[in-house]
Design a protein around this ligand. Sequence first.
Ligand code: UDP
Length: 383
Amino acid sequence: MQAEIAIVGAGFSGAVIARELAEAGIACAVFDQRPHVAGNCHTERCPDTGVMVHVYGPHIFHTGDAEVWALVNAYGRFRPYRHQVRATVRGAVYSMPVNLHTINQFFGRTLRPDEARAFIAARAHAGEGAAASFEDQALRMIGPELYEAFFRGYTRKQWGLEPAALPAAILRRLPLRFDYNDNYFAHPHQGIPEDGYTAIVERILDHPRIDLRLDTGFAPAQAGAFAHVFWSGPLDAWFGHDAGRLGYRTLDFERFTARGDWQGCAVMNYPDPDVPYTRITEHKHFAPWEDHAATVCYRERSRDCGPDDIPYYPIRLVDEKAMLAQYAERARALSGVSFVGRLGTYRYLDMDVTIREALDTARLFLRSRRDGTPMPAFAVAPV
Ligand code: UDP
């Protein structure tokens, strides 16, 4: 079957769009330069230990979106999983995100919720209006002691910048709790796919009207052969980076194996500034229903992303946002191409949001085809 639509990238964005279009009777070709689907959510079993490894770092599925939850569950079995994170700080282990246990341990107290609220409020900085930066937000939320211990060092390592230069939105990902709830996420649905994310994405793409082409790049010059292109690669790559490169952080993983249980939890954060890595992930704890004699861990470090590195986190500071606005304006002037996903819209997206936006994008495309209206470059504005 001759593909009418090209979809570039076989991660969640590309796969969900391809499936929606295929179900509607439209033949799609899905291109990915990597040898596997699922993008940075890719999982594979470690040949040495048998453990399912989150190859590009830990991915925990959590959502409040019932349709997205139903969609992923239709393509694989999700096992209940509750993400709990610990942090090693100045020689002691604490619970994350900051909760009543963290506060009581850190300050050597036995505060009850209301007392802890008042205790933190007395330390927190006052502030009017929206917080100017990550640091401002943190000082207003938790005060200087907890900020210094848990956030400053980690954030400098993770982003390579002073928290005073980073947007407050990064910190808003994390809650502050005055009870003993240490669930890292607050969404009603949370789980880990029993046979990994890659198996789920493979099943989403398994449709007679989807032609999957792995190990195959796609150049914008090929767009003319298709009625429409959905591009989930980097937005600036579509333009050959001719106005500069949008900045990302990339990650380096130092893999090691051991016998038994290395750290007793899936993720241990290391906020201390003199520790060079940000966290250690022990993959077998993402599948507590499995039993493995050995274990595989990733020590994770973050650095600026070079042209040949894998982009992970969009930096989105003032300069990047100005460059983004410029590329977005040029993208809007194009026809026949839509930009989707984390790289295509240069945003820090969780998996569930990526899937929601992919569904909405595909549906918008089907509507615009039916109504004869133009499909926009962005179903969701990147700035
Ligand atoms: N963060 C921190 N200390 C921690 C955990 C997180 O300072 O122990 C900050 C850090 O800036 C990070 C942000 O909070 O980038 C968001 O954390 P999240 O766990 O959502 O990061 P992800 O798992 O997506 O890398």
